[in-house]
Design a binder for this molecule. Structure first.
Ligand code: AMP
Length: 226
């Protein structure tokens, strides 16, 4: 049974719409979703039903967790989770979606994924560099998936393009619980504040609760809002 009250802590997860080529990736997505539910932490994610996205959301919901999907209106037809979400936020476009996902969350975590995941992760990191938010940012480095990226980031520091202080706080863990512990410690040190609330966005979202078992269309969203 889902609660409509938002948990005190919510984590935004970016991850692949694909399942990847190793079973460890999907297992990690499921495990992360289960640990969030077990620890009473809400999941905010892109609302997708496929690959890593579908796996983390389904596992979190199955474990009784609080799951919010943020979907851009009209995009990803047939690939949005239609049932079981605690909240479904519908926004105008990809930029509004990323802003709202961050604004709803206390921390931002990337699991293995593709270009979309990397873009979301780097925007979160860049906004932190610019001081637009102070949310903890983390990589769940499943089976060393992000090792090459981490080496490239070190290379970028060495070559003088990235300041090491902008990477110092990046949390990199292989397993969910230590990663969540690190995030909670950082949030705790800030007294539970998210820092600057807005990410410079001026998004408008339509939100529905406990999305029922009907096909996902704009008209059904509208009627549920009523
Ligand atoms: P990728 O890593 O390229 O698979 O893209 C995954 C990221 O892009 C997710 O975190 C989503 O925010 C977004 N995204 C890409 N494809 C979809 C989809 N089919 N449904 C929902 N979101 C998606």
């Amino acid at each position: 049974m889902h609660s409509r009250h938002r948990p005190g802590t919510n984590i935004c997860v970016y991850c692949g719409a694909q399942k990847g080529g190793r079973r460890e990736y999907l297992e990690a997505a499921r495990g992360f979703g289960e640990r969030l539910a077990a620890r009473g932490i809400g999941l905010v994610y892109g609302g997708g039903s496929t690959g890593m996205m579908g796996a983390i959301a389904e596992a979190c919901m199955a474990a009784g967790g609080h799951v919010e999907g943020v979907v851009p209106e009209g995009l990803f037809p047939g690939q949005i989770l239609e049932t079981g979400l605690t909240f479904l936020h519908q926004v105008d476009g990809m930029h509004a979606r990323k802003s709202l996902m961050a604004d709803l969350s206390d921390a931002l975590v990337a699991l293995p994924g593709g270009l979309g995941t990397l873009e979301e992760f780097f925007e979160a990191l860049t906004w932190a560099q610019l001081g637009l938010h102070v949310r903890p940012i983390a990589l769940l480095n499943v089976s060393g998936f992000y090792n090459h990226l981490l080496r490239f980031l070190e290379h970028s520091v060495g070559e003088g393009f990235v300041k090491s202080r902008n990477l110092e706080k990046l949390i990199v863990r292989e397993h969910p619980d230590p990663l969540i512990d690190d995030i909670l410690a950082l949030i705790g040190r800030r007294g539970g504040r998210r820092g600057q609330g807005a990410t410079g966005s001026n998004h408008r979202a339509r939100t529905t609760t406990n999305v029922p078992m009907v096909p996902f269309t704009s008209s059904t969203i509208n009627s549920r809002n009523g």
